[in-house]
Write a protein that binds this ligand. Structure first.
Ligand code: ATR
Length: 283
């Protein structure tokens, strides 16, 4: 990487950030397109968030990704919030051109799924009702799903999220139920999305949230867990002849969307995916 006096800086703020996959992914993309940009990670303690945003603006930083624990708190320091990011109530990308916040996590998931099937008019079942589910659920609604069913251990949390999505007017059929009822929803489901940490390293042998016997071969199964690459849930999907969508694709496409927001260019996703895979393999 050739850093010069003219180099545009973008990066990541979070706490911690040292294990992030984003720097190699974005820097590979800048190199590929010969863009005079560099991506770096900044570890920002919660009490320093305001001064970090103000400082970044003063330094002429072009854009930032925002990760845990700042995704919600950062919104109060921005001038504008993208409509869906506002509904989600969390921002993972800032464009300093207009101090605007976006949420590309959910877009990442829908683009990953849309590699294999269109979301429009589909019945979508989402397991989990935390931050990732929230970002994904609003985008599933925005992309025209026919119905959305949110399943969670804590049913109240699923109901609250379902209510919020329904109130957005992006979709009219939203249900909430216990995750223990998953099999009955899979019969009529077209797309299953796992946002729970079940199967995540080191618990790779967890009992999956659904098994092959409960899946039909038209089902698309997306697991937001990317470590391991092939989770217990995706193994079940493959056994059932359903279509697996790997968690790494969500990481890839959220990055591709941020890249486009900052540079105005389509991201070179093949190069970014290769960089991502190399980095994940090192861990
Ligand atoms: P994230 O930001 O990744 O979404 P989160 O906000 O902590 O993380 O949400 C985690 C989600 O996974 C929650 O919906 C949680 O269910 P509860 O609300 O009932 O706690 C769900 N989850 C975590 N561990 C789980 C497990 N072992 N089985 C089923 N669901 C689980």
């Amino acid at each position: 990487m050739n850093i010069k006096g003219s180099t545009n800086i973008v990066g990541l703020i979070g706490h911690p950030v040292e294990h992030s996959f984003s720097p190699p992914m974005h820097n590979a993309a800048f190199k590929q397109l010969n863009l005079d940009y560099a991506y770096v990670a900044f570890d920002v303690e919660p009490q320093n968030l305001k001064s970090a945003i103000e400082g970044a603006e003063s330094l002429g930083i072009r854009g930032l990704n925002v990760t845990i624990p700042h995704k919600i708190d950062v919104m109060e320091y921005l001038d504008d919030i993208d409509e869906v990011a506002g509904l989600i109530g969390a921002v993972n990308t800032i464009d300093f051109k207009d101090m605007k916040g976006y949420n590309t996590d959910g877009i990442g998931a829908v683009r990953a799924i849309e590699e294999v099937t269109s979301i429009k008019d589909k019945n979508v079942v989402v397991a989990g009702a935390g931050g990732a589910s929230r970002a994904i659920s609003f985008y599933i609604a925005k992309y025209g799903a026919k119905s959305l069913t949110i399943l969670n251990r804590n049913v109240e949390k699923a109901q609250k999220l379902a209510e919020d999505v329904l109130n957005s007017d992006l979709i009219s059929d939203v249900k909430a139920d216990s995750i223990s009822e998953i099999t009955s929803y899979l019969n009529h489901g077209d797309i299953l999305i796992n946002t729970t940490p079940v199967g995540m390293h080191p618990n790779i042998n967890d009992k999956p949230i659904a098994s092959a016997g409960n899946m039909h071969d038209d089902l698309v199964v997306f697991d937001a867990v990317y470590n391991p690459n092939e989770t217990v849930l995706l193994k079940e999907a493959i056994k059932a002849n359903a279509k697996p969508v790997y968690g790494i694709k969500m990481l890839l496409y959220q990055g591709a969307e941020s890249f486009k927001i900052w540079t105005g260019r389509e991201a070179p996703v093949d190069v970014m995916e290769e960089a991502l895979r190399k980095t994940i393999d090192l861990k």
